[in-house]
Design a protein around this ligand. Structure first.
Ligand code: PBG
Length: 322
């Protein structure tokens, strides 16, 4: 035998040399859940180790994360039913706690990269990402609401907007609204290939945002498909997106690779709530080694081609690296 691949695996020193994918804390965006009030820290029951924070405690948590090297945060608000309506009106109320918090986070930590979520569901009494009329999701009417929400978030100081709704034409619409109002520097990370997935369950628990009727299959993609991910990627690119995202990540590594191979834009992948909770649940039962499973899954996402990883594991990974 002239070739023995095992020679390159014979010691840790050699394995380190030939290691092709190396995770860094700089790869991550840490998604966090915000609630109104003070001194609140409530664990999400289906996501052990992940909390909903009031602003005061979130600021402390962000400070800890930044000391660990995490520079980017994606903030999601949880609103009570009393603040929700059909039109997601609260989303662009300049006095709403979410927008005030974004402003406070940016002024407290100007060097942090703050990403906001653009979608109706946290504020919608229907629990959908689009305006519902007679059981239908109205695409173009939703764009106007997303435009107002985006402008309000840009005014609050967001660095990156993350449209997570999957309405047609929203990236171009939001880009135009931002540019017309002087926010040419605000970036858009589009949820380009967002699939209708069972893995969002714990997130919907965290925000109490599950759809009241039906499902999200008329706007989120069918998990059997890959060609339409290319159509979405092409449209988002033409419409001015700065990053293309694939969501979820682990069951969609082929889609991450597909977009990476077909685009020059940076590719982000969202390692979603259900992917986090599966590892945590199995680890709690002692069925797998949670830390090793975390490292292996995060590395596979980067190996598939993701430049940016949104993950609830971000802080745990950063602590492990220290
Ligand atoms: C909705 C939204 C969802 C997530 C982020 N934004 C859920 C959904 O589409 O119902 C899921 C994130 C996660 O599961 O971690 N705009």
């Amino acid at each position: 035998m002239l070739k023995r691949p095992r020679r390159n695996r014979k010691s840790q020193a050699i394995r380190n040399m030939v290691e092709e994918t190396r995770l860094s804390v700089k790869d991550f965006i840490f998604p966090m859940f915000l609630i109104e009030g003070i001194n609140q820290k409530v664990e999400v029951s289906s996501m052990p180790g992940i909390y909903r924070y009031s602003l005061d405690l979130m600021l402390k948590e962000i400070e800890i994360c930044m000391e660990l090297g995490i520079m980017a945060f994606d903030i999601f608000p949880a609103y009570p039913e009393s603040k929700k309506d059909r039109f997601a009106t609260e989303s662009h109320n300049p006095e709403t706690f979410y927008l005030k918090a974004i402003h406070k986070i940016k002024t407290t930590f100007p060097e942090a990269c703050v990403m906001t979520d653009v979608a109706m569901d946290p504020y919608s009494s229907d629990g959908h990402d689009g305006l519902v009329e007679k059981g239908k999701i109205l695409n173009d009417e939703t764009l106007e609401i997303l435009g107002r929400m985006s402008l309000a978030q840009a005014r609050a100081g967001a660095d990156i907007l993350g449209p997570s709704d999957m309405m047609d034409g929203r990236v171009g619409y939001i880009r135009k609204v931002l540019d017309e109002n002087g926010f040419t520097d605000v970036s858009i990370m589009s949820y380009t290939a967002k699939y209708a997935s069972a893995f969002y369950g714990p997130f919907r628990d965290a925000l109490d945002s599950a759809p009241k009727m039906g499902d999200k299959k008329t706007y989120q993609m069918d998990f059997a498909n890959h060609s339409e991910a290319l159509i979405e990627a092409q449209l988002d690119t033409e419409e001015g997106a700065d990053f293309l995202m694939v969501k979820p990540a682990l069951a969609y590594l082929d889609i991450i690779k597909l977009l990476k191979d077909n685009s020059n834009l940076p590719i982000a992948a969202y390692n979603v709530s259900g992917e986090y909770s599966m590892v945590k649940a199995a680890a709690e039962r002692g069925w797998i080694d949670g830390e090793k499973a975390m490292l292996e899954s995060l590395t596979s996402i980067k190996r598939a081609g993701a430049n940016v990883i949104l993950s609830y594991f971000a802080k745990e990974f950063a602590m492990m690296e220290k």
